[in-house]
Ligand binder design. Structure first.
Ligand code: 3PG
Length: 534
């Protein structure tokens, strides 16, 4: 395995670090080091593990030229420039769900804290006062909670709030009526939810669309005395508008675990008597830390050891079961490399068709194929993350589709690549799940194991040609492992694929072309048995 340096930039539970080290990854924990030390370690880092305290942008990635993965120990991706990462082929992964219970419980803690003035009452008692009348609270029971966003965390808050006797209203474009019914919540539009709930809690990511969703205008539409809870992202609320509404009484109380800038420097909410605040502790439980660390560690090991992209969020396709498709993805990438080796000019058109009776989506296969093809054309910086983007930038037209499976080949992957002048067709199939084969080259059936260094030769179909080629290879001390042939008797043309123990040098290629019957020769490099990457 290639030595991969996984740089831990922010604290994660030891269990994940151990798991990665046991799997042979080189893990360097600089979470407690100085800023300078952390920066200097970026130079040869293959992956970084971060939490919400790091900004991964162009500037960051420029300092980490070997970066292949950014692993977010947590759910929020707003501190990662996904567009820049994708362009660079940097895989981004997170751990949705691992800290959802922790975040939901913290939401309830803050909600109760505001309702019962826990924070100011605690402070008052600590100052030696016994003030039993100043901190008159309200009950959650019987009140209406409005959840803005009901993903993993929001759903857990809903059931906990229901246990407290709250009526729960939700707004979320991704929630179906059936799901809402099964959760026992009422689905309403955002405007109505904001205007008619007693407590509002935010559970959505920070994006351009959701930035300052809670602002002077939306606050003005709330019921006077509404309680606002934000354990999601600081940027979701306009803090100045929230502070003003606390003064006017439009907001009865506010709880925040997150701030637009962390740590907050000049937040108007800091120290306010009707604000309960914590320093981004939503995910800070032992259980969540361990879950997240282990999930991330497994995802990184899968990526670097098995080329398994299943946990990557910035792939150009989603929803496919990549683990199940791994053998086909590997085949597609090898076919791409094979086609790359046949090219004489830049690829212009790529067509891929999967013949299958199963339900596999050809889109991930097209990406894997492009990865193999563009590895040959552009170099190793191309991978499954950026291959499609690279192809678009190069003006390559890509089409992919499916057709019913062929009786002899239940899964046959047909590919065609044109450089504007020449078009080659290469088909591959799986004899067994992990037994890929190239079965057709330019219309000629054959049976080639797509591994190692191959020499592809087009020649006139006459006696003695193979002997001449073999003699020439022998004279250059090039060992031939296997030879496969296909031919078109009508056209008197043959194609042969030679598995050789070393790459064919230009001088050998030129010498081969001197043989009268040899029409063309190409060198194809497919790599070891299984690709590191899909
Ligand atoms: C998350 O996005 O998962 C939470 O905000 C937790 O962030 P943290 O790992 O920085 O505590």
């Amino acid at each position: 395995m290639k030595a991969n340096k996984i740089l831990v930039l922010e604290p994660v539970a030891e269990a994940g670090i151990r798991l990665m080290r046991d799997a042979g990854l080189d893990v360097v924990d600089v979470s407690k080091a100085t800023d300078d030390e952390r920066q200097s370690q970026l130079a040869d880092a293959t992956a970084v593990i971060i939490r919400s305290g790091s900004q991964v942008d162009e500037e960051f990635m420029a300092k980490a030229p070997h970066l292949e993965a950014v692993a977010r120990a947590g759910v929020g991706l707003d501190n990662i420039d996904l567009v820049a990462a994708t362009r660079r082929g940097v895989a981004v992964m997170n751990t949705p769900g691992g800290n959802a219970t922790a975040a939901a419980e913290h939401t309830m803690a803050l909600m109760l804290s505001v309702a019962r003035h826990v924070a100011p009452a605690h402070g008052s008692l600590a100052e030696g006062k016994w003030d039993r009348h100043r901190f008159l609270g309200v009950e959650l029971a019987g009140r209406r909670l409005g959840l803005i966003g009901v993903g993993r965390v929001g759903s857990l808050v809903a059931s906990r709030a229901q246990a407290f006797g709250m009526e729960v209203w939700v707004t979320d474009p991704f929630l179906s009526d059936d799901k809402a019914a099964s959760m026992g919540v009422t689905r309403v539009e955002l405007d109505r939810l904001v205007a008619e709930c007693d407590v509002l809690s935010l559970h959505l990511p920070l994006t351009e669309e959701t930035k300052q969703l809670i602002n002077a205008e939306s606050i003005a539409r709330m019921k006077p005395g509404t309680i606002l809870v934000n354990c999601a992202r600081g940027g979701l609320i306009d803090e100045d508008a929230v502070a003003a509404a606390l003064e006017s009484g439009q907001l009865g109380g506010v709880a925040v675990d997150v701030f637009p800038q962390e740590p907050p420097k000049s937040s108007p909410l800091l120290g306010h008597p009707r604000v309960s605040h914590t320093p981004h502790l939503g995910a800070s439980t032992q259980e969540a830390k361990e879950n997240v660390s282990l999930t991330l560690a497994r995802a990184l090991v899968a990526l670097f050891r098995d080329g398994d992209f299943s946990s990557v969020v910035n792939l150009p396709f989603g929803g496919a079961d990549l683990r199940k498709m791994a053998p086909l993805l590997d085949l597609a990438q090898r076919l791409g490399r094979f086609q790359g080796g046949l090219l004489l000019g830049a690829p212009q058109r790529v067509e891929l068709e999967l013949a299958t009776d199963d339900s596999e989506d050809p889109a991930p296969l097209a990406s894997a194929f492009l990865t193999g093809l563009l590895e040959v054309v552009c170099g190793p910086e191309v991978n499954a993350v950026n291959a499609q983007l690279k192809a678009e930038e190069m003006g390559i037209t890509l089409s992919h589709g499916r057709r019913p499976g062929e009786p002899d080949f239940p899964r046959l992957l047909s590919t065609r690549v044109s450089d504007g002048t020449h078009m080659h067709g290469v088909d591959g199939g799986l004899l067994a799940p992990h037994t890929p084969r190239i079965v057709r080259v330019d219309g000629q059936w054959m049976d080639v194991e797509p591994v190692g260094d191959l020499m592809v030769l087009w020649n006139q179909d006459r006696p003695g040609v193979l002997g001449k080629v073999a003699t020439l290879l022998g004279s250059r001390n090039i060992n031939v492992g296997e030879l496969r042939m296909g031919r078109d008797p009508q056209a008197s043309q043959a194609i042969s694929v030679w598995q050789v123990d070393q790459p064919i040098e230009l001088e050998v290629k030129l010498a081969l072309k001197e043989i009268a019957e040899v029409e063309d020769v190409r060198q194809v490099r497919l790599g070891a048995k299984r690709s590191r990457r899909v």
